[in-house]
Structures are given as structure tokens and as C-alpha cells.
Ligand binder design. Structure first.
Ligand code: HEC
Length: 114
């Protein structure tokens, strides 16, 4: 009986802890959403993605993104423009979330800030 109470208490403590943890995580996600400036987004990408990952994003881009139109040069497009159009392009190309994240990182790292 006692053991069970201790267990319940521990579970309650863990869920309170987990709730705190996830609420601060969603606060962080909120700031990394659309309110983030283009330069913040690019800085975040350069911090979170290695050169190898960016190169992998380039490879996926070059193999998947020329089926319907030519490869769109990110250097002549703004971060804002790309952010708007990429989610639908990833769906059109059937990219996994992980592949999409790599392609987005590569393209945004080359894009114009404004
Ligand atoms: C199934 C066909 C198809 C595939 C695959 C596709 N696109 Fe597109 N793309 C389009 C069409 C159609 C448009 C124009 C209309 C629109 O915005 O949906 C477009 C527009 C765009 C634009 C905006 C116009 C411009 O010139 O800036 C960008 C950027 C773009 N695509 C990038 C990509 C990238 C990156 C990929 C690979 C992840 C991709 N596309 C894969 C069909 C496709």
C-alpha cells in the first residue's frame, strides 16, 4: 500500500515537472515561429546545422526540386518568400520532415535577408 502511494506521488511529481518543461518548450517554439526575423532564422540554422547537413540539404534539393520547374536559386529569393512557399513544395516533393528541414536549412542559409 505504502509503495503504491510513493509511486503515485512520484508520478504526480514527474508529470508536474514534465508539464513545466513542455510549457517552457512551447514558449521557445513560439518565438522561433513567424515572429522571428530573417536574420535570426539564418543565425539559428547556422548554429543548429553542420556543414555536412547543409550539404545534404543541397543534395536533396538538387535531386528533388527540379521535377516541375528548374532549380530555384535561393540567392535571388528572400527568406520570407521561401518560408511561405517551401512547406507546399515539400509536400509536392513528398519529402520527409527531416529531408524538408535539411532543404530549408540549406536554402535559407543562401537566401537574401530582405
Ligand atoms: C509537383 C511539382 C513541384 C515540385 C516537385 C516542386 N515544385 Fe516548386 N513550384 C511548383 C509550382 C506549380 C509553383 C508555382 C505555384 C506555387 O507557388 O505553388 C512552384 C513554385 C516554387 C517557388 C516559388 C516561385 C519562385 O520562383 O520563387 C519556389 C521557391 C519553389 N517552387 C521551390 C521548390 C523547391 C525548393 C522544391 C523541392 C523541395 C520544389 N519547388 C518542388 C511545383 C513544384
Amino acid at each position: 500500500m505504502m509503495k503504491k502511494l510513493v509511486y503515485l506521488f512520484a508520478m504526480a511529481a514527474i508529470s508536474v515537472f514534465a508539464a513545466n518543461c513542455s510549457s517552457s518548450r512551447s514558449a521557445a517554439t513560439a518565438t522561433s515561429g513567424s515572429e522571428m526575423s530573417s536574420s535570426d532564422k539564418v543565425a539559428e540554422i547556422k548554429k543548429n546545422f553542420s556543414d555536412d547537413q547543409l550539404a545534404e540539404g543541397k543534395t536533396i534539393f538538387e535531386s528533388k526540386c527540379n521535377k516541375c520547374h528548374g532549380l530555384k536559386d535561393p540567392a535571388t529569393r528572400t527568406v520570407e518568400k521561401l518560408e511561405k512557399v517551401l512547406p507546399s513544395m515539400f509536400r509536392k516533393s513528398n519529402l520527409s520532415d527531416e529531408q524538408g528541414a535539411l532543404v530549408r536549412a540549406y536554402l535559407l542559409s543562401k537566401a537574401k535577408l530582405s
